[in-house]
Design a protein around this ligand. Sequence first.
Ligand code: 13P
Length: 346
Amino acid sequence: MEFMDKHLLSKTAAAMVAKGKGLLAADESSGTCETRFKTIGAACTEDSRREYRGLLITAPGAEQFISGVILYDETIRQKTADGVPFPDYMARKGVIPGIKVDTGAKNLALCPGEKVTEGLDGLRERLAAYFKLGARFAKWRAVITIGEGEVAIPTHACLYANAHALARYAALCQEASIVPIIEPEVLLDGAHTVERAEEVTEAALRATYAAMAAHNVSVEHLILKTSMVVSGKECARQAPVDEVAERTIRVLKRTVPAAQPVIVFLSGGKSDEAATAHLNAMAAMQGLPWPLTFSYSRALQNPSLKAWRGQASNAAAAQKAFHHRAQMNGLAAQGKWRAELEKQAA
Ligand code: 13P
């Protein structure tokens, strides 16, 4: 076995759980960045991506609410306008650099409509290189689609293949003293009911944790990033916030070991305020075995992207918008957010 520094893994996990803080996911692939930049009419080049990510990373005061940032391979190698490598800049502010290490979800053979995430080949060497660049945690996203065609999906094959890949990734991360975030995302696309979303989320998490145990992954040094249990986007009945919170926590209590340091949520295409309100409803519940917080991309970045519009002169406004969403979600992670706080700031 390569070296595995349990003390460092514990230290990283503890810093990521700091009260009132969460994670910024800024690890969009260049293709996803292009889609997002198109919506604001900004050119998507290596330097415009650097400029935009740089303004988020250097936003004054955001470190009060952000414990870590998930970077993309290109971004972890980029620098601030003053020439400081992003991971070094973050570390100086007490923000932990993280890295997305999967290479994307590809069609799963013989399983129409389903995906399996790739990226295990050469991962040991890539993790060693990322550690040297400053990464102390990593992310791997599996994509689970719900569908009610001729064959209902997800199939066992899809859940099993993704859980297996997540476990092999997590084990390699821990061996490299990097805390793994495992993300089995159940997509909200489709017309399925919230009941079906609950059933699928439970099955996905059961498969995921069975694989973690089979591969000797240490639960104490593992972070779950999960979707919330919501109605399909096209379903006629949209479950309200309290119901989503209740169903999500029920599934998590059934499947996630209490030894795990924290559970973080993705926003999954929910509106900015809805993502905050949902997190708040869950974090306000009493007696949960783990702290909960956010690891949002869109729900943290949408307002700053809109304010920025690809113009350097809008950088300060974009940073302010980002600071506000980070602050609101920091409150939500403690169950202390109220809708009035949004209006006060507006
Ligand atoms: P969203 O918050 O936009 O869903 O993204 C989170 C993420 O990192 C998905 O992997």
